[in-house]
Design a protein. Structure first.
Length: 306
């Protein structure tokens, strides 16, 4: 067994790890079970993923800064007062610096626990891997100062944010988080959880060992065609239209939780996937999909193009 690795070998190993990046399609935000309504898609195309309710969280909906709407009032309106501004909010992932007051050194974070965390660990998700967050959205309209869903519009699944992992912090059994700036996070208050972790974000997105000069985490503020997962000609949000290369042909390992090839279909230049109704973390190992890194880069870079 080798006792040391030369610097050049380390570089090669790091490059290999980067090239083997995993993409995690991560379901985060209101749904029929948590929150009870779709997340709002505003008339100007803005996307807003709403944090799910969490009685253990020290953060309330009224605490969370969001412009131009007040988040507490918006949630109250959309849920018809089932969820109120003083109710606890599971702000996770927490991706925007202006959402709350921050301590120096703050970075975006994602928490996960239980079976979903076990799945991430079993898939080897760690430093350099990229979470792409999605949820269900539906168009909303403001009438007489009150937001309400446009029920005649079809709900859709769409990507709304990203995070590239820097560190994985074990906060199981109430283990203290090593950074003061992370101590507010809702997963630091789940003291009873035996399998609990926080994923911190890199400062800059790094793909194939190259600094892309892009943020390591953030939100997609507006819906664009490439962010919509749901097929445009489907009334069901769970029928996805993915890039052509996503199809798990030959010996390519499919997206986790979607190994049944009957869920996949090629139709012309598109790949269709009947996605599962439940589940939070779907992992794709990009070593089988050479196009994946360019896809991730494009999703993030293109939001700044006019």
């Amino acid at each position: 067994m080798l006792r040391y690795i030369t610097e050049s070998a380390k570089g090669g190993l790091n490059q290999l790890l980067e090239d083997a990046m995993k993409i995690i399609l991560s379901r985060k935000g209101f749904d029929s079970a948590a929150g009870g309504v779709p997340n709002p898609l505003f008339a100007d195309g803005r996307l807003l993923s709403l944090p799910i309710p969490d009685a253990l969280s020290p953060i309330t909906y009224g605490d969370i800064a969001h412009q131009p709407e007040q988040l507490g009032s918006l949630v109250e309106q959309l849920t018809k007062q089932r969820i109120l501004p003083h109710h606890g909010a599971h702000l996770d992932p927490d991706l925007r610096v202006d959402t709350l007051p921050r301590l120096p050194g703050w970075r975006p974070m994602l928490g996960q626990y239980g079976a979903a965390q076990s799945h991430l660990r079993n898939q080897g998700v760690g430093a350099g891997d990229v979470f792409l967050f999605f949820t269900v959205f539906q168009s909303v309209v403001c009438i007489d100062g009150v937001y309400q869903r446009q029920r005649q519009s079809n709900p859709i699944h769409a990507l709304w944010g990203w995070l590239q992992v820097d560190e994985v912090l074990d906060v199981s059994h109430g283990k203290p988080v090593p950074y003061d700036w992370a101590a507010y996070h809702p997963h630091c208050y789940r003291h009873h959880e035996a399998n609990n972790a926080i994923y911190t974000a890199r400062q800059h997105l790094t793909l194939g060992g190259k600094d892309m000069q892009l943020p390591g985490a953030g939100v997609f503020p507006f819906l664009r065609p490439e962010l919509q997962l749901s097929a445009v000609d489907s009334t069901k949000p769970t029928l996805w239209e993915l890039p052509f290369w996503f199809y798990p042909e030959a010996d390519k390992k499919p997206l986790t939780y979607h190994t049944n090839l009957n869920r996949w279909q090629r139709e012309g230049e598109r790949t269709l996937l009947q996605s599962v109704y439940r589940g939070q973390e779907f992992v794709l190992d990009t070593k089988d999909y050479s196009e994946a890194q360019a896809w991730v880069e494009g999703l993030i870079k293109n939001q700044w193009l006019s």
